[in-house]
Write a new protein. Structure first.
Length: 157
């Protein structure tokens, strides 16, 4: 978990391979209306996120009920979002990719130059403002290399 540009998808995909789990990116579960809003530089409201969080919860519960491991890359910025997403889901560990605004903002600018992504840099401050740090998360510094991040995640799990 973490703000856009923190490296969630990169770490989650690597962790899923290392742990023989399925990788899913929460971005793939947004509806078109939310994508359009974000692309237009409009921050999502809690109401906008509710159906998205319900879809993520269903995905997680399906995996748990079938005994399948999953690694989900998701912003999960607020405690209420995490509660909705993780309702009736057991054995969850959160990993927070933690970094400063300047570093992550530069990453988003770099990403925007090389690939299309609907999350513009203009919305990053709103994500930092909304972020409620979870009490029991594994915290990994975004300044570490992807390999070092993965090693920290695997060791912590």
């Amino acid at each position: 978990m973490g703000v856009s540009g923190s490296g969630k998808s990169t770490l989650a995909a690597q962790l899923a391979r290392a742990e023989n789990a399925e990788f899913h990116d929460a971005d793939d579960y947004h509806d078109e209306a939310n994508i359009v809003k974000m692309r237009d530089g409009i921050a999502l409201t809690d109401e906008d996120r509710a159906p998205w969080l319900a879809r993520l919860n269903a995905l997680l519960r399906e995996h748990v009920s079938e005994g399948r491991s999953i690694v989900l890359a998701c912003s999960a910025l607020k405690e209420s979002y995490r509660e909705a997403m993780l309702r009736n889901v057991a054995n969850v560990r959160l990993i927070l990719l933690d970094g400063d605004f300047a570093t992550i903002s530069a990453r988003i600018r770099e990403r925007s130059a090389t690939m299309a992504h609907y999350m513009p840099e203009a919305l990053l401050q709103s994500q930092f403002d909304a972020l409620e740090r979870p009490a029991n998360a594994i915290v990994i510094d975004v300044h570490l290399s992807p390999q070092a991040q993965l090693a920290c995640a695997v060791a912590s799990l």
